[in-house]
Design a protein. Structure first.
Length: 137
């Protein structure tokens, strides 16, 4: 079989076209692969950065929560201590006042009793003087 120049040219054009198509497909596939790899790597780095940021935020939040709880507990303890001290001082003042009132009351009672005895002794003395003077009461 004999080929004409046109046949050979058409055949070469088809071969060149097919080869070019193959190379373009290979370049396209390689580019697609590289783009997918870059996209996946970027996605991984973004996820890692997001996770790290999330962890740091959680750690800061937890630390702040702990410090707030510690400050609250310390304040609560100080308030309880001040309240207890005030309660003790009030009880001591109340007890001291109660003791002083009891002492004053007892002293007054003693003076009243002594005055009553004195009055009775005076009455007895007056009675004796009157009897001695012959006055009958």
């Amino acid at each position: 079989m004999r080929y004409s120049v046109a046949d050979l040219t058409e055949s070469r054009i088809a071969a060149v076209y097919t080869a070019a198509e193959s190379r373009i497909a290979a370049v396209y596939t390689a580019a697609e692969s590289r783009i997918a790899a870059v996209y996946t790597a970027a996605e991984s780095r973004i996820a890692a950065v997001y996770t790290a940021a999330e962890s740091r935020i959680a750690a800061v939040y937890t630390a702040a929560e702990s410090r707030i709880a510690a400050v609250y507990t310390a304040a609560e303890s100080r308030i309880a201590a001040v309240y207890t001290a005030a309660e003790s001082r009030i009880a001591a003042v109340y007890t001291a006042a109660e003791s002083r009132i009891a002492a004053v009351y007892t002293a007054a009672e003693s003076r009243i009793a002594a005055a009553a005895v004195s009055e009775e002794a005076a009455d007895t003395q007056i009675y004796k003087v009157h009897l001695h003077n012959g006055v009958h009461l």
